[in-house]
Design a protein around this ligand. Structure first.
Ligand SMILES: [Fe+2]
Ligand SMILES: [Fe+2]
Length: 198
């Protein structure tokens, strides 16, 4: 369902629980960035009103997630300090092609993969956290991110079709294979970082 080529290493959840406060703060920033990133695709969807409305709804959901995570941060006596660098996102973006139409489709597929990985990791938190209300909260979130993953994949295929009618030759499935393989390389053993995708 999530189109990921590798699972998060088993060691990650233990690390995330140990560094949960830092993960929480990074998670809030991820939600905020996800809302902005989604809106960046609005101009490309003018020919697809139904998808455009779904994308705007996705962005609203991300802002709601941002608000909810920020509330939890404050309830725990923490502060929403400035975001850390996100080498995971840089890793993914480094595999995007540069040519205009290809770049757009790659960006949308990368967005789909980020949603998928977020979904997987939020599900791990929902399963392993001890606090019942946090487990419930993360369960709601991972289900929402699964829907976001599907929407971005639908958008990637729709835009590919539109671009191919203009003379491009974009195979979204082939690009998904390449980009998800690249994403999976991030799951290889290495020191973890106190961020959601670290
Ligand atoms: Fe979200
Ligand atoms: Fe999302």
């Amino acid at each position: 369902m999530l189109r990921l080529q590798a699972a998060t290493p088993d060691a990650w959840i233990g690390y995330a629980l140990e560094h949960f406060d830092a993960i929480l703060v990074d998670h809030a920033h991820c939600e905020q960035k996800a809302a902005h990133a989604a809106l960046s695709f609005v101009p490309q969807l003018s020919n697809h009103p139904e998808l455009l409305e779904k994308l705007i709804a996705l962005s609203v959901e991300e802002i709601q997630h941002f608000q909810a995570v920020t509330t939890i941060i404050h309830q725990r006596g923490l502060k929403l300090i400035a975001p850390q660098k996100n080498p995971y996102i840089n890793h993914l973006r480094s595999a995007a092609r540069h040519e205009k139409g290809h770049h757009l489709v790659d960006r949308v597929i990368i967005a789909a993969l980020i949603e998928a990985r977020s979904c997987e990791r939020l599900q791990l938190l929902a399963t392993h956290l001890e606090d019942t209300s946090l487990r419930q909260f993360y369960t709601e979130l991972w289900k929402s991110e699964a829907g976001h993953h599907s929407l971005f994949w639908t958008i990637a295929r729709t835009l590919s079709k539109q671009l191919n009618a203009q003379g491009y030759a974009i195979d979204p499935q082939a690009r998904l294979e390449v980009l998800s393989h690249h994403e999976a390389q991030w799951m290889q053993p290495r020191p973890h970082l106190p961020i959601m995708h670290g």
